[in-house]
Design a protein around this ligand. Structure first.
Ligand code: GDG
Length: 509
């Protein structure tokens, strides 16, 4: 039985409903040309994985619709969409100031850069913090009004770290879990945050905190010990128990994953194979190297382009033998740093193509700035001989896992940053690189280009096995088990989850 089937087949654990809380609802709501609201489902793995659990246990998803609007028509559309999906949707309306200070400000100009070790990009505006607290209170009220005794509340991500504290202030008795999708920084970085103590104390009020990797959990515990007196930790496994005075909190690492079988099945579709072949026809007699990222400074795109340029300079034999397809998906374009990054990337692409292009045909970098359809995304994954995924820091990086799932012939290679959470799980199959080491990344591409078929297959096979065994259904199941298991010593440990000294760093001289 697959983890998905087991999630559906398992008997209800008491009457516990699941109440999922995230900044955004799993649907985007937009008005059509006639002014009517239309809901577009979010296709991400989180939605796919939670759906069977929400349907089976009954439940609710609480979040913002993405629109600065709270009209009765929008709420009618919410009720209709929720009814069809099999669970209740509840909106937390945000006004323009809240969107500016809570979402763009505190979440994306402070926590996002700080937690990705980029403290110089932070804008520590005190007004942002005040709105963050107010908006967390607003979400907490919406949850408290909707909760029934015995519900399990599962809060997602860095926008909502104060939720347990706010719910307790409202007198909530529900059990509350939290999962952080992004990395947790080490004390040297976290301690820069002016509101560090309040935030750590707020996090310690959850009943279960999930991180992506053992490294994030270690960082969190070091920060908690540095700021709060008397934090005791018991246990050594994937989930440990910390006590602070009378309160206890479980803390685990649960690497998020994908619906492996769905990706594999969809990648075998004839339309996908045809589109992948078409790419090879357009770019013949060369290996295709693929980068796919949201427009974000954490994804390391400028350094990656420098590494590719370095490859073409130091290994001239690879000119015309490789092309880099770099897909950049538009994101957070209202923030100046993101607009500057786009300009920087485009100038670098122009410089490489201007310096190496062959008027007869070869273009070194194929740059795509748009969101791909699902079909195109799968076709790019299938067509690529090498995936080049080199974030400066990443909570997990699902593109790496999706690439492996779609590599059904197992005849390709993954080059992966040591600083992606996925490196802890995939480090033995991927070619690991330090994304700041321009020559090291160029050498890794050279190595992947010349890797023999046997090694490529063995590496890809081991990564695919690990992702298949630990897919997104496993992830949901293991998180919820950690929340309810009475005795943590019975908690099944994940193979390949990465131990405390998780990544073996590459050494180049
Ligand atoms: C955050 C953390 C963590 C990408 N391009 C297109 C497209 N995508 C989809 C991919 C993938 C998702 O977007 C990207 O997920 P990542 O994990 O790589 O990155 P973030 O968006 O930064 O996500 C990250 C994640 O949360 C989950 O916990 O892994 O570390 O930063 O699923 O398929 N989808 C479509 N067209 C595209 O052009 N349709």
């Amino acid at each position: 039985m697959t983890a998905a089937e087991s999630a559906q087949a398992r008997p209800r654990r008491g009457s516990q409903r699941l109440v999922v809380v995230s900044n955004r609802l799993p649907f985007a709501f937009r008005r059509d040309a006639d002014g009517r609201w239309q809901a577009e489902p979010g296709g991400g793995g989180l939605v796919t994985a939670l759906l069977p659990v929400l349907r089976h246990r009954g439940g609710m998803w609480i979040g913002w619709t993405g629109a600065a609007d709270d009209s009765p028509e929008l709420n009618e559309e919410l009720a209709a969409v929720g009814g069809n999906a099999g669970y209740t949707l509840k909106s937390v309306p945000l006004n323009a100031d809240e969107i500016r200070n809570f979402y763009e400000g505190f979440s994306n100009e402070i926590i996002w850069p700080l937690f990705h070790d980029m403290q110089l990009l932070c804008n520590f505006d005190p007004a942002y913090w005040r709105t963050y607290c107010e908006v967390n209170r607003k979400y907490a009220k919406a949850v408290h009004e909707s909760c029934e005794p015995g519900d399990f509340v599962w809060v997602h991500d860095y926008h909502l770290m104060n939720m347990a504290a706010e719910l307790h202030r409202l007198g909530s008795k529900s059990r509350i879990g939290f999962f952080l999708h992004i990395p947790f920084p080490p004390p040297d970085i976290f301690l820069k945050l002016p509101w560090r103590l309040t935030l750590i104390e707020a996090l310690l009020q959850f009943n279960l905190i999930g991180f992506q990797t053992a490294r994030d959990r270690r960082n969190f515990l070091e920060c908690a010990r540095a700021l709060v007196k008397g934090v005791d930790v018991e246990g050594r496994g994937q989930v440990v128990q910390a006590t602070v005075g009378a309160r206890s909190v479980r803390i685990g690492h649960f690497p998020i994953s994908i619906d492996f079988n769905a990706f594999m099945r969809q990648a075998t579709a004839p339309e996908v194979a045809a589109r992948a072949q078409e790419l090879h026809r357009l770019l013949p007699r060369r290996k295709l190297i693929l980068g796919i990222d949201r427009l974000d400074y954490t994804k390391g795109i400028p350094l990656r382009l420098q590494a590719f340029q370095n490859l073409l300079t130091r290994y001239p034999a690879l000119r015309e033998r490789v092309s880099l397809i770099q897909v950049v998906v538009p994101s957070r374009e209202d923030i100046a740093q993101y607009r500057d990054l786009k300009t920087d990337i485009e100038q670098r692409v122009g410089k490489i193509n201007g310096g190496f292009v062959d008027p007869g045909g070869w273009v070194p970098v194929w740059y795509v700035y748009r969101s791909l359809s699902r079909l195109d995304l799968l076709a790019y994954y299938r067509a690529a001989d090498i995936a080049l995924i080199t974030p400066l820091k990443d909570g997990m990086n699902l593109v790496a896992k999706e690439y492996c799932a779609c590599s059904i012939e197992e005849d390709c290679a993954l080059i992966l940053s040591e600083f992606a959470g996925a490196a802890a799980q995939l480090g033995r199959g991927a070619v690991l690189v330090n994304p700041c080491d321009i020559e090291g990344v160029a050498d890794a591409i050279h190595r992947a280009y010349h890797m023999d078929a046997g090694e490529r297959r063995a590496r890809m096979r081991s990564m695919r096995r690990s992702i298949r065994e630990n897919d997104v259904f496993w992830w949901v199941d293991s998180y919820l088990r950690a929340a309810i298991t009475k005795d943590l010593s019975d908690f099944p440990q994940m193979k390949d989850a990465g131990a405390e000294g998780d990544v073996e760093y590459s050494v180049s001289f």
